[in-house]
Write a protein that binds this ligand. Structure first.
Ligand code: ZN
Length: 402
């Protein structure tokens, strides 16, 4: 299995300078190739292949002396990443590739020849040995190492290793849990636990506001403005580290305690675009949380299952399956007219998500159910939910809209 560990790097001033130049060159090569690809896409409807992007390099290096600064393989990774970005776009897994900005996060990747030594990482080429805090044992063959820096000025290395183990077979037998994500609580589980949204932005909001105001008073282009910008970036950075720490611990706990984890597919991006909800939603970091649950479950042979988002989890009674017509967002609890059960809105939704997940798993195992009309979905333009006709091998079981 491939596993990634992120460690903090402490480059010297000279190394920082080399890195800054390398970041710049790789970014330039990405943007230059993307501009060409855009033109090709407009003319032919196709992207540029990895080979075609790489073939640009020798000529560019002859023309532009400075493009020789970064380790040559870092540039080749750019070609690989850009061609992959196009493949992901054409296979509808990602948005159209975008240009990289000189502000914010920067990164370069070393695809091979990187060694981990004591309290440092040895990179090939000019960069050499960079001091690092390797806070946990990294075992296995080192594959790609990506160096990144953020606007706050911290440096990190993400070390990808092949640890020599096989991904365990997924086992669907065991404790199942359904998760409902909300605004009042980050996660509500089918067994009735509610985990609070820590609302890091709000906690740090005062500090952030003060530093943003100070930034806005600075003269454009001045050194003090650059310093103030860095201070603002550090607060953002702190918030993001707090958030990922919290989400790592919560996802670890949920995966440890359960065998089957069912969540609702939220199409996070679309929701973030909804202006009013945007702040709270991006605050909670749902997308990041789902990713963490997924890979942690896969590592341990557990099942991570996303339920189609048009499944009416809130409006269905989990006891008698009676469906109610309307349930405004501010109604936190309701009584079912069919069986008189009093439901907590979120816990009921989480139980429905768990039941739906278990149903999909059970149906997936039986050949007779494959492809059949399973349920009438209410609302939107969706008429039926069809089960995917492929036999669900592991966690990638999906309910497909027909
Ligand atoms: Zn009921």
């Amino acid at each position: 299995m491939l596993k990634a560990t992120k460690v903090r790097l402490y480059p010297t001033e000279v190394q920082k300078q080399h890195l800054a130049q390398s970041f710049g060159c790789c970014r330039w090569y990405w943007n230059h190739s993307l501009a060409l690809a855009n033109q090709t896409y407009k003319e032919t409807g196709k992207g540029l292949s990895r080979g075609k992007i790489q073939a640009l390099l020798p000529h560019l290096k002859k023309e532009l002396e400075w493009l020789k600064t970064p380790y040559s393989q870092c540039l080749q990774v750019v070609a690989l990443n850009l061609s992959r970005a196009f493949i992901n776009f054409f296979e509808k897994r990602a948005e159209y590739p975008s240009f990289k900005s000189r502000h914010g996060k920067q990164s370069i990747s070393y695809p091979q020849n990187v060694k981990l030594v004591e309290n440092a990482i040895k990179f090939p080429g000019t960069l050499g040995i960079v001091k690092a805090v390797i806070h946990r044992p990294v075992e296995g063959a080192v594959k790609t190492v990506t160096i990144s820096t953020n606007a706050g000025g911290h440096y990190y290395a993400s070390v990808l290793v092949e640890d020599g183990t096989q991904q365990p077979r997924t086992d669907t037998q065991g404790q199942a849990i359904g998760l409902d994500v909300g605004l009042n609580h980050l996660v509500v589980t089918s067994d009735g636990s509610k985990y609070n949204n820590p609302k890091w932005f709000r906690k740090h909001a005062k500090n952030l506001k003060r530093k943003q105001q100070s930034l806005s008073r600075k003269v454009k282009g001045s050194i003090s403005r650059a310093r103030a910008r860095k201070r603002v970036a550090r607060v953002h950075d702190k918030i993001s580290r707090c958030r990922s720490d919290f989400l790592h611990k919560l996802s670890r706990r949920i995966v440890d305690e359960n065998q089957v984890i069912c969540v609702e597919n939220l199409a996070v991006k679309n929701m973030v675009r909804n202006h009013c909800l945007a702040k709270s939603i991006s605050d909670a970091g749902w997308g990041m949380f789902a990713t963490m649950l997924k890979y942690k479950a896969e590592w341990e042979g557990k099942v991570y299952l996303e339920i189609d988002r048009f499944f009416p989890s809130s409006k269905t009674c989990s006891v008698c399956l009676n469906q109610i017509g309307r349930l405004p967002l501010d109604v936190r609890s309701w009584t079912c007219s069919g069986c008189s059960t009093h439901h907590d809105r979120d816990i009921n939704a989480a139980i429905n998500i768990r039941n739906e997940g278990l149903r999909i798993l059970a149906l997936g195992a039986s050949a007779t159910a494959v492809g059949g009309n399973v349920r009438l979905a209410s609302g939107n333009t969706q008429k039926h939910l069809l089960l995917s006709t492929e036999a669900p091998s592991s966690s990638n079981v999906v309910a497909r809209a027909g």
